[in-house]
Design a protein around this ligand. Structure first.
Ligand code: SF4
Ligand SMILES: [Zn+2]
Length: 182
């Protein structure tokens, strides 16, 4: 057994399944956090994952099934990446949002859609309406979304293109509730 494995933070974790999510939609936040903050052998692990063309697990702090993550790991380990050519990408059209995206795994939905993000337009429009008669703090209190997040969504200078689906849902719920009670 290679020595680095003995120091792997995931090795003694009570829930090793965190590193092997059941679906590609799973952002695996906790596994990635532990890799980055608690594992002393993160890059050894990343190197081993590139070497065996791992495409399912979280390794080295990255979801090996996500193109963006794989690119970042390869950038961290250029000497290893040079020995293992990237899998071929193809362009697909996302079945949810219709945007083109690159994939090496015949995925049918783009990364943002798989991550539970939706276009920000509907949320932004509703927030602009709501702010005509409520403060951002009041909207925050009613939706459970932080006022900072809400302000960001309607920012004039740097509005996000996407928001979490749950954010959209809560804002639209509030707008509906107010329209009903009016
Ligand atoms: S970097 Fe690798 S060895 Fe370390 S916790 Fe993450 S998956 Fe485990
Ligand atoms: Zn999409």
């Amino acid at each position: 057994m290679t020595a680095w494995i003995d120091q792997a933070a995931c090795r003694t974790h009570p829930n090793p399944d965190l590193w092997f999510p059941a679906t590609a939609d799973d952002p695996a936040y906790e596994a990635r956090r532990i890799c980055r903050q608690e594992c002393p052998v993160r890059l050894d692990c990343g190197e081993a994952a590139l070497t065996r063309s791992e495409r399912h697990a979280v390794a080295g702090g990255y979801r090996m099934w996500e193109e963006e993550d794989l690119d970042r790991l390869r950038a961290e380990l250029p000497h290893v990446a040079a020995r293992f050519p990237k899998p071929k990408r193809q362009t697909a059209v996302c079945s949810d949002c219709g945007e083109s995206f690159g994939t090496t795994k015949n995925q049918t939905r783009c990364g943002p859609c798989r991550g539970g993000l939706v276009a920000a337009t509907a949320t932004r429009n509703q927030l602009l309406q709501l702010r005509k008669f409520m403060t951002t703090e009041e909207i925050g209190a009613r939706t459970g979304i932080s006022p900072n997040t809400l302000s960001g969504i309607v920012s004039r200078t740097n509005p996000p293109e996407r928001v979490k689906a749950t954010t959209e849902e809560r804002v639209l719920d509030l707008a509906r509730a107010l329209a009903l009670s009016a």
